[in-house]
Write a protein of this length. Structure first.
Lengths: 449, 342
């Protein structure tokens, strides 16, 4: 395989693995602010216990987020040197802001949040928790801004030619608020919240099933079910908004997402199906006019299909179609379990509803799969460009590296990341089995952090 | 303000990031290397918890350095990281293992579990310290960059004798720095022992310092040029030596905090020596030093980007330093192991 393909595999692998953790930190960060806020307001020791338990889980996800995040930072330079030279001027200021405003805030106050319980006042501790949560959110802002610029570049000019060509910022705020920044950021943040909320839901449902730590699990369940319901509704609007943006800014991506080969009046929406690339058709369950309606709020108006896009500017349709539909399916699953959970909770039957509880336990996977497939849709759907209409992915790779080198580093990452993932699951499992500490004075660190 | 000054200002910002990284994460790395020299589990936990609440924040300086380089000097970032591909991958592996080791080590009682993570923690710290030195050594000696700003690093380039020497020099420096930090954070017999370790580390460091100075003088004349042009600069390496010689004096007066500050100061001065010696190159080309070298003038981002970056830093860094100081104040004093410790 060539260096470009291998480097793409490596980037997909490392960023996909990395993207398990920051969304958990962002989502859990939000939950921590809620839980500790309730503790501060009600002064119930129970909520301090709840906060402490989730702080420990947060620490675990944060450590892995940092370790794998470093790889991302270096990864642009190592494998994508030409890309880095091209976008450095634009991308750099966003990355710089991320480091200065986000990481220090998060990492700095994490120390107090984790180890400062006895050293600072309750209010100062809560302030630290808020700072950690804010830091986690800020880091998402800048990286999504940078990525959105790659989807919808704005506020720049091109200087130089050939290998020396680069984008230079002419208007900083136009770059930051490029056409897709706000809608994509909203979509990503909501996705992160869901991954945190469903981790909490899943672990709490497990305690319900085992009838353990019920004092702790009941309030947690109620709060997180409501949080899930609210965020899922918001995500519906945000998803619609994002897709409309894609239709305007990146028609080839939208055509791939929805599997549109022919441009036609009353463009149908394929709810479920598969792409027959040989015959250039999509088979499956179609609802006429629905796609036209979603994009233009007009059942008649045709949506641009692959036939309007030059052959060498088309993304791989089959993959994008499926990842996009999988993401939506996951949203559907989340809605189902949340509605079932809330209904049974209201009827006071949830504690005995074995099947729903098991569904809630596995529901931790739904937002994770949705996040991964969502990003695949966004990034594969942008192909063959790495920067939309400006730089092809094949032109972004480092000239000085060999496929042998990249092969070796992929192997290294597979080994290290498998090990890390195994350890993460192992330690998470131990923390869950051990449950929240009931005795504050436990000195031995058996199982605890 | 003329725009031509912007790249040099950003060069200073990157320099500040490097100084903070080496002075702060430097002691984390030193503690990591020393970790294996103590056998008792309780002492190892004290070592770990001495850096526990702060190491994450310290490592952020490395992230910010990477980001600052990408932002202000994208060509340097692209050339170096793609050129030193294998080297970067090994360094990344070490950074990942070190983070995992700190986080996971005390999570189980099992002796084999703890031994494995202890070994990984020490080894990774050693590897990173040596790697940082190796990188700096390679930049001092220069690397074969062609006209397209590219080069492919081979093992024979990376491990030339001079960079290897700088690698060992860095290891000795950070070990000393870590031991002084630990002396500040411990009490009782462990504290006395660490003071002795500090003095020993200091002797090793000073030997390396003298050796490196002599070798640089004869082997890397490009590093010496600027010092000969303006002999006043020679005060800087001399002051670095004086700063470190103050450490035993501070120990005898029971001023462990001051001892640590002098060690930080020494690191700052040594990095100034590097900055003066390599100026105005960021990466020196050995093929054609005058044409192919990446200087801060020919490889920087546009004036607008640098302005934005400087504004971000002017707002952000004072805030970072303010709460950074606050965090260090909250965790000042000797290490106590509690239920929330590592």
């Amino acid at each position: 395989m060539d260096v470009v393909t291998l480097s793409r595999i490596q980037f997909a692998l490392t960023s996909g693995f990395h993207y398990i953790y920051p969304p958990l930190s962002i989502g859990l960060g939000l939950m921590l602010v809620i839980f500790e806020g309730i503790y501060l307001k009600t002064k119930q020791p129970l909520f301090k216990q709840i906060t402490k338990f989730w702080v420990n889980i947060f620490a675990l996800t944060f450590a892995l987020g940092v370790a794998t995040g470093l790889v991302q930072l270096f990864g642009f330079g190592t494998n994508w040197a030409q890309y880095s030279r091209f976008v450095g001027d634009v991308f750099g200021s966003a990355l710089g802001a991320e480091g200065v405003f986000a990481f220090f805030l998060e990492a700095g106050f994490l120390g107090i949040m984790l180890f400062g319980w006895d050293r600072v006042s309750a209010k100062m501790h809560y302030l630290s928790t808020i700072c950690v949560c804010l830091g986690a959110h800020f880091s998402a802002i800048w990286i999504v801004v940078a990525n959105s610029w790659m989807q919808t570049p704005a506020g720049f000019k091109i200087v130089g030619e050939g290998a020396k060509m680069k984008a230079v910022v002419t208007d900083f705020w136009a770059m930051v608020f490029n056409p897709s920044s706000v809608e994509r950021l909203t979509h990503v943040i909501l996705g992160c919240w869901l991954s945190g909320i469903f981790l909490v839901l899943s672990i709490t449902a497990y305690y319900f099933l085992k009838k353990r730590h019920m004092e702790f699990a009941r309030p947690t369940m109620k709060i997180s079910l409501w949080a899930a319901a609210i965020v899922l509704v918001l995500q519906l609007f945000s998803g619609d908004d994002t897709a409309q943006g894609v239709a305007i800014n990146q028609p080839s991506k939208l055509a791939a997402m929805e599997g549109v080969y022919q441009t036609q009046k009353m463009t149908p929406m394929t709810v479920i199906g598969w792409v027959d690339t040989a015959n250039q058709t999509v088979k499956g369950l179609k609802i006429p006019g629905l796609l036209s309606f979603f994009v233009y709020r007009d059942f008649e108006k045709p949506v641009a299909g692959f036939d309007q896009i030059p052959l060498d500017e088309r993304p791989p349709i089959a993959v994008v179609f499926q990842t996009y539909h999988l993401m939506i399916l996951m949203w559907g699953f989340m809605v189902l379990v949340t509605v079932a959970g809330l209904y049974l909770w209201k009827k006071k039957k949830l504690e005995k509803a074995k099947w729903t509880l098991w569904a809630l336990v596995i529901s931790v996977l739904f937002p994770q799969i949705a996040n991964q497939t969502g990003w695949m849709t966004a990034e594969i759907g942008r192909q063959p460009w790495v920067v939309w209409k400006l730089l092809r992915t094949t032109h972004g790779v480092s000239p000085s590296i060999s496929s042998h080198q990249v092969m070796m580093s992929i192997l290294m990452f597979i080994i290290i990341y498998s090990l890390l993932f195994f350890l993460f699951i192992f330690l998470l499992d131990r923390k869950i089995k051990h449950g929240p500490k009931t005795d504050e004075m436990v000195y031995s660190d058996k199982g605890g952090g | 303000m003329s725009e031509s000054i912007l790249p040099s200002l950003w060069y200073v910002v990157i320099g500040v990031c490097v100084v903070f990284y080496v002075a702060l994460d430097g002691f984390d790395l030193g503690v990591g290397m020393l970790h294996f020299f103590t056998k008792k589990d309780e002492e190892r936990r004290i070592f770990l918890n001495a850096i526990g609440p702060v190491w994450d924040g310290n490592e952020v300086w490395l992230v910010v350095f990477g980001g600052a380089l990408f932002a202000g000097f994208p060509d340097v970032y692209a050339t170096l990281f793609s050129g030193f591909y294998d080297f970067c991958m090994v360094l990344l592996a070490a950074l990942i293992f070190r983070a995992a080791a700190i986080e996971f080590r005390s999570k189980r009682e099992s002796r084999r579990w703890r031994f494995t993570w202890d070994a990984l923690f020490s080894l990774a710290s050693l590897l990173i310290a040596f790697g940082l030195g190796l990188a700096i050594g390679n930049l001092m000696e220069g690397i074969p960059i062609d006209k397209n700003e590219d080069f492919a690093c081979t093992t024979s380039i990376c491990f030339r004798p001079f960079p290897v020497l700088i690698g060992f020099f860095t290891v000795s420096l950070l070990m000393m720095h870590g031991s002084i930090y630990l002396a500040m954070k411990t009490e009782g017999r462990l504290h006395d022992r660490l003071r002795k370790w500090s003095i020993r580390c200091m002797c090793v460091f000073i030997s390396f310092y003298v050796l490196t100075t002599v070798v640089t003088w004869f082997h890397a004349p490009q590093m010496v040029e600027r010092f000969l042009e303006t002999p006043l600069y020679l005060l800087v390496p001399f002051a670095a030596l004086l700063a470190i010689l103050n450490v035993p004096r501070m120990f005898t007066r029971n001023r462990d905090g001051w001892a640590f500050l002098f060690s930080c100061f020494c690191i700052f001065l040594l990095l100034c020596v590097y900055g003066i010696g390599t100026f105005p190159n960021l990466v020196r080309s050995t093929i054609d030093p005058d044409q192919n070298s990446l200087t801060f003038a020919n490889s920087s981002s546009s004036a607008l980007t640098l302005k934005v970056l400087l504004i971000i830093v002017a707002i952000g860094i004072p805030v970072v330093l303010a709460y950074g100081t606050l965090i260090y104040r909250i965790f000042r004093g000797k290490v106590k192991i509690s239920s929330s410790s590592y």
